[in-house]
Design a protein around this ligand. Structure first.
Ligand SMILES: C[S@@+](CC[C@H](N)C(=O)[O-])C[C@H]1O[C@@H](n2cnc3c(N)ncnc32)[C@H](O)[C@@H]1O
Length: 197
């Protein structure tokens, strides 16, 4: 499902929505967690205008597919297998993952996959510079509780977050979201941009 044309179409829509609040990030040094097959990485470079992206995914097969997709972005897209909960280890081979080292961070529908999801939020806050932007689109506990979702997808079942719980977690890590967020489909999906204070 996640590697299908409908997902690509929806991801275009997500990128468009996210760019309506804080616009593009021209010239940014960006980090992307859970890059999957690298379609979002391409959007971050082409649509958001980032100079470089350090992208990570836990699944080596996804990284292999992303490497194929992003071949023509050599020198701008850097891919690494590892966890979003420890970017220092995952990105050190590129000199990345350091405190306050990125102007933008992207989460295209991945944090709800992480059992200790708060650690991923903390890690994003750690690596963002002051004023850096955290672009997120997430699937909430409301969606994950639906039988259709449970039939089609495999997700952790404990401690998933509602839109309100995710938004409440951000300021605990110095990420200020203000009015730059919205939900879709009765709270199933959450989109927003938080700024690192
Ligand atoms: C729903 S897919 C989203 C992929 C892509 N961002 C997209 O929007 O199409 C979630 C991705 O997160 C990855 N993932 C799950 N847990 C992770 C973790 N702890 N760190 C990094 N990636 C993770 C999975 O391997 C998968 O590629």
């Amino acid at each position: 499902m996640i590697n299908s044309p409908p997902r690509r179409w929806f991801q275009h829509f997500e990128a468009h929505l996210l760019s309506t609040w804080e616009g593009r990030s021209p010239g940014a040094r960006a980090v992307e967690i859970g890059c999957g097959t690298g379609y979002g990485t391409k959007l971050i470079l082409d649509q958001f205008g980032a100079a470089t992206v350090h992208a990570v995914d836990l699944d080596p097969k996804m990284i292999a597919r992303a490497e194929r997709r992003l071949r023509r972005y050599a020198g701008r897209a850097f891919l690494s297998q590892g966890s979003a909960t420890d970017l220092r280890v995952t990105l050190e081979q590129f000199g990345g993952g350091k405190d306050a080292s990125y102007e933008a961070a992207f989460d295209f529908a991945i944090i709800h996959h992480i059992p200790n999801w708060r650690d991923a939020v903390a890690e994003i806050a750690r690596v963002l510079k002051q004023g850096g932007k955290f672009f997120f689109d997430e699937v909430t506990a409301t969606a994950l509780a639906r039988p259709s979702f449970q039939l089609l997808f495999d997700h952790p079942t404990e401690d998933r977050f509602t839109a309100g719980e995710f938004l409440a977690e951000l300021p605990r890590h110095g990420l200020e979201v203000g009015e730059r967020w919205r939900t879709l489909v009765g709270g199933d999906y959450l989109f927003g941009v938080a700024i690192r204070q």
